[in-house]
Design a binder for this molecule. Sequence first.
Ligand SMILES: *Cc1c(COP(=O)(O)O)cnc(C)c1O
Length: 396
Amino acid sequence: MANLPRKELFHLPQGLIYLDGNSLGPLPVGAAERVQKVMAGEWGDELIRAWNTADWINLPLRVGNQIAQLIGVREGSVATGDTLSIKVYQALAAGLRMRPERRVIVSDDGNFPTDLYMAQGLLDTIDKGYELRLPTPEDVESAITDDVAAVMLTHVDYRTGRLHDMAAITARAHEAGAVMIWDLAHSAGAVPVDLVACNAEFAVGCTYKYLNGGPGAPAFIYVRPDIVEGLQPALAGWLGHEVPFAMELTYRPAMSTERMRVGTPPILQLAVLEEALHAWEGIDMGDLRAASIALTGRFIDEVEARCPQLALITPREPARRGSQVSFAFEHGFAAMQALIDRGVIGDFREPDVMRFGFTPLYLDEDDVIAAAAIIEEVIVKELWRDAKYQAKSRVT
Ligand SMILES: *Cc1c(COP(=O)(O)O)cnc(C)c1O
């Protein structure tokens, strides 16, 4: 693990311990310069020519190939763009069309709301009597019956950090004849995933969390190469067309994962993301995982020893958790505000969850211990009682 952490690659403000990279990764050092270059040298001087001269048109694919390496899939099998909500919609819509006789989707009641909302919106639009089945995360496997069209799950639970068994659930879905869709929002850049070994049809994820692409960075979608050519995109955008500039009146999908592209890509965000992904060069995901487990394990030990008031809701067993640690605490919101005020940034999720993300790219054991000491002070001295920590903003 000689090459971790790589703090020098990120802008990390002095005196701050950033435990929220699972929500928004920090600014990569090269990003500002890169944006400046794209703005002045490409957009500014080249204007529309830059689509060719700076190869903007292939930037989504180039970035997709960088992400493909991180999630262990083949070059050309990952498309980037839009938001994760859109990519969830595309994957589910395409998955349902692969099983036209079936009417059930299985997810779980720990899933991130937007994934469920997008599914509900899609099912309302299709209006063919679909059922969205939402068992608890523990009961997912038994909910996968032989009438299930698609299983759509988030690998790492955003609230608790619990990790689904990707291989076992995918095997169960396939055994029942269902299509498998994994949301890797809290996995890409956090835990190794083996989509190829488990043979899942789809995976989607975002890039502003552990991949540090910045607020609003584009999402990604993986499609298993052998099913691409039969796939019917629900969002038949012109840049997913086989020949966009033929300007044909009828949609013909690209003969690759590029058919999951929709409209004009966000070039500035993609440039930042391409720059951010350089931070992963030479990183072995196994090493990263070992470092992550060491950090989360140490954090659990330190906080539990110092703050019996906090109840761990993340699995204690390392193999069953992602790269975050969450504690339930009745006054969690105010406590998190008090922590942020003292330079320890995590976040709060309803109803009472204090969430801390661990990112071995720029955190080490000293950070963990320093954070635990500040948490102890806030909890044991009840510093969260101060009136100024009670008011909620729109984003928590
Ligand atoms: C963060 C997250 C999202 C966010 O979706 P956006 O469309 O990018 O806002 C969606 N799903 C999951 C599971 C997430 O963790």
